[in-house]
Design a protein around this ligand. Structure first.
Ligand code: DSN
Length: 431
């Protein structure tokens, strides 16, 4: 980074400090991961200079011949990875991909049904402060006292609210989904079924979780969580189909496919020029995810999360739903005399990064919360195995058992530093 360090020392210093933070801190935010040098190099490439509105072969700008190569590779690799008919790799983020679903499937004011945000759902699945809850009519299903979704309750809710669209997917739900049962319910109430697999996408790609693509009409994802690519979004369809709204193609009058509606919703519906450098980096990440090592990685993420849940349980903590099927766990601190906000702060000062999170039936506000959410995708990338995870939980427990004791935090910091040194991450900026 010699150009950056000489030309903009202030930004260089921030980058350098961030590299140090990532190298020597414990990253347990469930939605984060560490990308490879190749992904970063593609993202840092001259593709950042290019305008490329449209799709490969059908652009509104000249000079797109190499952009087309990158986007076609991203599309074909994603299709191979998820065994699906169609993808659009242009959404700038998961929220943009989700917005394209709403734009294609709903009119303002239409009712949809999704997982309650207070039970692990996502902002773009109907929060009153998000476009999804401002322009459309959200209704919710939740989890039961055991922390799991009960499909009979989902069916009852769907039959009472008659949604046009049912969403699956979450930011804080540690169990796998029964996509077949969701599809049966969607068919019974004549709704479209949409899965937002942003969190578990990498585990789905590796085949260690159920596959939504044969069942959901539309799937969205981010590319940077368990899938371990650059920050961004993507839309997918398992088997393409005629759009149920009867929308026709302008000249031929033929009914357009759902994929065509979604392509138009991304551009020109919601976005202008795609981020070609990010698309190139997505292609690199998809190639990595197609390698056999990625399956071993995904299995280890899942094993590490299971060990993490078991270690918390054995120390007397409550884990929502009693464990996990995927990469994340939600710890309910209500029996521990500390709230989520204070736990997050205490852990942060010991260089352990987690986020406070509402737990189902929480009595505290989203700014305080009763829980913390932890995930194993990032630490597994740097090589943590089951025994490391047990050490991590021991260290977290030491901090949470004495959250105001600076000497405990200091000792834990030193041990975290040693654990991170044993599993080196990035070596390209020395700090
Ligand atoms: N904000 C992300 C998460 O942390 O789950 C989801 O978009």
């Amino acid at each position: 980074m010699n150009h950056l360090s000489s030309q903009d020392p202030e930004i260089y210093a921030a980058v350098e400090q961030e590299v140090h933070r990532q190298n020597y801190g414990l990253e347990l935010i469930a939605s984060e991961n560490f990308v490879s040098r190749s992904v970063m190099q593609a993202q840092g490439s001259v593709f950042t200079n290019k305008y490329a509105e449209g799709l490969p072969g059908r652009r509104y700008y000249g000079g797109c011949e190499f952009t087309d190569v990158a986007e076609d590779l991203a599309r074909s690799r994603a299709k191979q990875l998820f065994q699906c008919d169609w993808v659009n790799v242009q959404p700038h983020s998961g929220a943009s991909a989700n917005a394209a679903v709403y734009l294609s499937c709903l009119k303002p004011g239409d009712t949809f049904l999704g997982l309650d945000l207070a039970h692990g759902g996502h902002l773009t699945h109907g929060s009153p402060v998000n476009f999804s809850g401002i322009w459309f009519q959200p209704t919710y299903y939740g989890v039961e006292n055991d922390g799991r979704i009960d499909m009979d309750r989902v069916r009852d809710k769907a039959k009472s609210v008659h949604p046009r669209l049912i969403s699956i997917g979450a930011s804080a739900y540690s169990r796998d989904f029964d996509y077949e049962a969701f599809r049966t319910i969607a068919d019974e109430v004549n709704a479209l079924l949409w899965m937002d697999m942003a969190h578990p996408a990498g585990l789905i790609a590796a085949g260690v979780l159920n596959d939504p693509l044969p069942h959901a009409h539309i799937v969205t994802t981010t590319t940077h969580k368990t899938l371990r690519g650059p920050r961004g979004g993507m839309l997918l369809i398992g088997r393409d189909f005629e759009n149920p709204f009867g929308k026709v193609a302008p000249k031929s009058g033929r009914i357009r496919k759902m994929s065509e509606l979604l392509d138009s919703a991304v551009f020109p519906g919601m976005q202008g020029g795609p981020l070609v450098h990010v698309i190139a980096a997505k292609a690199v990440a998809f190639r990595e995810a197609l390698q056999p090592e990625f399956i071993s990685y995904a299995r280890q993420v899942q094993k590490n999360a299971a060990v993490m849940a078991a270690s918390f349980l054995s120390r007397g903590y409550e884990v929502v739903s009693g464990g996990t099927d995927n990469h994340l766990i939600l710890v309910d601190l209500r029996s521990r005399n500390i709230n989520g906000r204070d736990a997050e702060h205490a852990l942060q000062s010991a260089h352990i990064t987690v986020n406070k999170n509402m737990v189902p039936f929480d009595d505290k506000s989203p700014f305080v919360t009763s829980g913390i959410r932890l995930g194993t995708a990032a630490v597994t990338t740097r090589g943590f195995q089951e025994t490391d995870i047990e050490s991590v939980v021991t260290l977290i427990d030491r901090v949470l058992s004495a959250p105001t004791d600076a000497s405990v935090r200091h000792k834990v910091q030193t041990e975290i530093h040693a654990l991170c040194e044993a599993h080196p991450l990035y070596d390209f900026v020395t700090a």
